[in-house]
Design a protein around this ligand. Structure first.
Ligand SMILES: *[C@@H]1O[C@H](CO)[C@@H](O)[C@H](O)[C@H]1NC(C)=O
Ligand SMILES: *[C@@H]1O[C@H](CO)[C@@H](O)[C@H](O)[C@H]1NC(C)=O
Ligand SMILES: *[C@@H]1O[C@H](CO)[C@@H](O)[C@H](O)[C@H]1NC(C)=O
Ligand SMILES: *[C@@H]1O[C@H](CO)[C@@H](O)[C@H](O)[C@H]1NC(C)=O
Ligand SMILES: *[C@@H]1O[C@H](CO)[C@@H](O)[C@H](O)[C@H]1NC(C)=O
Ligand SMILES: *[C@@H]1O[C@H](CO)[C@@H](O)[C@H](O)[C@H]1NC(C)=O
Ligand SMILES: *[C@@H]1O[C@H](CO)[C@@H](O)[C@H](O)[C@H]1NC(C)=O
Ligand SMILES: *[C@@H]1O[C@H](CO)[C@@H](O)[C@H](O)[C@H]1NC(C)=O
Ligand SMILES: *[C@@H]1O[C@H](CO)[C@@H](O)[C@H](O)[C@H]1NC(C)=O
Ligand SMILES: *[C@@H]1O[C@H](CO)[C@@H](O)[C@H](O)[C@H]1NC(C)=O
Length: 301
C-alpha cells in the first residue's frame, strides 16, 4: 500500500468503498466455474469477492472445472448462507497381522466459515472408534464406536453395527477427525482392514456394509455443509451499514455470528449487490425480461 501517512480514516474508507463497488459490479468477474455459480460475496479474483473477508476468495481450477476454497472442492453456494464442499475422509488401515498400513488423519481450518449443524460425524469399521475434535464457538469433541464380528447384511442404515453416526453442533472453524482401531482389525481383517471416519451432510451417506467395510467404495470425499455470513455482528448492530442491496433485507446468520441478505418477496437476484434484487413482476409490463421464461415469471402470484 502506497497510501501516504496523514490520510484520514474517512479517506481510506472512501477509497476501499469505491474499489469494492467498481470491483464487484465489474463485468470481468467470473460468475461460473464449471457448473457451479460463483456470486458475490464469493469471487475468484481480487475485486470480485467481499474485500473485507478473504474467506470469500475462491479459486477456479479450469482443469477440474470446479471452484476451490483453499484446497477443498466447492459443490455449490446458496445465497442464504450455506456452502457445500467435499471434505476428505480419514482412515487408518492395517495389514492382516495388525501392523499399520496407512494412517490418514484429516484436519481443516475453515477461516471465517463454520461447520453447519446439518452434518453427521460417521465411523465405519468393525474394530473401530474415532474422535472428532473441533473448536470455534466452543471446544467440542465427540466420538463414535463401530463394531461387528461379521459383515452386517443390512443395507442403508447406519445404526451401530459396522457403522456409527452422531450429531455435530454448528459453529466450528477447526475440525480434526481421528480414526482408531482397538486391536488392529486382526479378527475382521478379511472383510474390514480399515477404520473410516468422516463428516457428511445429513442423509447423504447410505451404508453399504459389504462394500464400505472393504474399501468405502473408493470414495475419498463426502459432501459437508458449511455456514457463511458477513462479519460477526447482527443485523441490529449493523443497521444502516450492512451490504444488503436495494429491495433486500438482512437476517441474522444460522452460524450465530454475522448476517446474510435476501431479496424481498417479489424480487429475485443477488441481494448482496446494490441493485441485485430485480422485480419479478416487472417483466409483465416491460420488455426487459422474457416472460415465457419460467424461472423469472411463473412463480408470481
Ligand atoms: C486468494 O486465493 C489465492 C489462491 O488460494 C491466493 O493466491 C491469494 O493470495 C488469495 N488472496 C488473498 C487476498 O487472500
Ligand atoms: C488444477 O487441478 C489440476 C488437476 O488436479 C492440478 O494438477 C492443478 O495444479 C490445479 N491447478 C491449480 C491452479 O490449482
Ligand atoms: C447442492 O449440492 C447438494 C449436494 O450435491 C445437492 O443435494 C443440492 O441439491 C445442491 N443444491 C443446489 C441449489 O444446486
Ligand atoms: C496417525 O497419524 C496422526 C497424525 O500424524 C497421529 O496423531 C496419530 O497418533 C496416528 N495414529 C495412530 C494410531 O498411529
Ligand atoms: C475473517 O474476517 C475478518 C474481517 O471480517 C478478516 O479480517 C479476517 O482476515 C478473516 N479471517 C480469515 C482467516 O480469513
Ligand atoms: C480429542 O478428543 C479426544 C476425546 O475427547 C481427547 O482425548 C483428545 O485429547 C482430543 N485432542 C485434542 C487435540 O484436543
Ligand atoms: C476401487 O479401486 C480398485 C483399485 O484401484 C479397483 O480395482 C476397484 O474396481 C474400485 N472399486 C470401485 C467400486 O470403484
Ligand atoms: C469474528 O470473530 C473472530 C473471533 O473473535 C475473529 O477471529 C474473526 O476474524 C471475526 N470474523 C469476522 C468475519 O469479522
Ligand atoms: C426496488 O423496487 C422498486 C419496485 O420495483 C423500484 O422502483 C426501486 O427502484 C427498487 N430499488 C432499488 C434500490 O433497486
Ligand atoms: C423466451 O424464452 C423462451 C424459452 O427459453 C424462448 O424459446 C424464446 O425464444 C424467448 N423469447 C425471446 C423473445 O427471447
Amino acid at each position: 500500500m502506497r497510501l501516504q501517512e496523514g490520510l484520514t480514516l474517512v479517506a481510506i474508507f472512501y477509497l476501499s468503498y469505491t474499489q469494492l463497488v467498481k470491483g464487484h459490479t465489474h463485468q470481468d468477474c467470473q460468475t461460473k466455474c464449471g457448473n457451479v455459480a460463483v456470486e458475490y460475496p464469493f469471487g475468484t479474483s481480487p475485486g470480485c469477492y467481499y474485500a473485507e473477508d478473504p474467506s470469500f476468495n475462491l479459486t477456479c481450477n479450469e482443469t477440474e472445472k470446479q471452484p476451490f476454497f483453499g484446497n477443498v472442492p466447492v459443490i455449490n453456494i446458496s445465497q442464504s448462507g450455506q456452502l457445500r464442499v467435499r471434505l476428505l475422509i480419514s482412515k487408518i488401515c492395517y495389514h492382516s497381522r495388525g501392523n499399520q498400513a496407512a494412517n490418514e488423519t484429516y484436519k481443516i481450518y475453515l477461516r471465517n466459515l463454520t461447520l453447519s449443524q446439518h452434518n453427521k460425524f460417521t465411523v465405519v469399521g468393525c474394530n473401530s472408534y474415532a474422535y472428532l475434535n473441533t473448536s470455534g464457538v466452543e471446544k467440542y469433541s465427540t466420538g463414535c464406536i463401530a463394531m461387528c464380528d461379521s459383515a452386517p447384511k443390512t443395507k442403508g442404515s447406519c445404526s451401530g453395527q459396522g457403522c456409527c453416526q452422531t450429531h455435530v453442533p454448528g459453529g466450528s472453524t477447526y475440525v480434526n477427525v481421528k480414526p482408531h482401531s482397538f486391536n488392529g482389525h486382526t479378527a475382521v481383517h478379511q472383510f474390514n482392514p480399515c477404520t473410516y471416519a468422516f463428516l457428511v451432510e445429513d442423509d447423504k451417506f447410505d451404508f453399504h456394509a459389504l462394500e464400505d467395510l472393504k474399501n468405502m467404495r473408493n470414495v475419498t470425499r463426502f459432501p459437508v455443509v458449511l455456514d457463511w455470513s458477513i462479519g460477526n455482528q447482527t443485523c441490529k448492530e449493523v443497521v444502516g451499514r450492512n451490504i444488503c442491496g436495494g429491495n433486500s433485507t438482512c437476517f441474522d446468520s444460522a452460524r450465530g455470528k454475522g448476517y446474510n441478505c435476501k431479496c424481498l418477496e417479489g424480487f429475485e437476484g443477488n441481494p448482496y449487490l446494490p441493485n441485485g434484487c430485480q422485480d419479478i413482476n416487472e417483466c409483465m409490463t416491460s420488455s426487459k425480461h422474457n416472460c415465457s421464461y419460467p424461472s423469472t415469471c411463473e412463480n408470481t402470484k
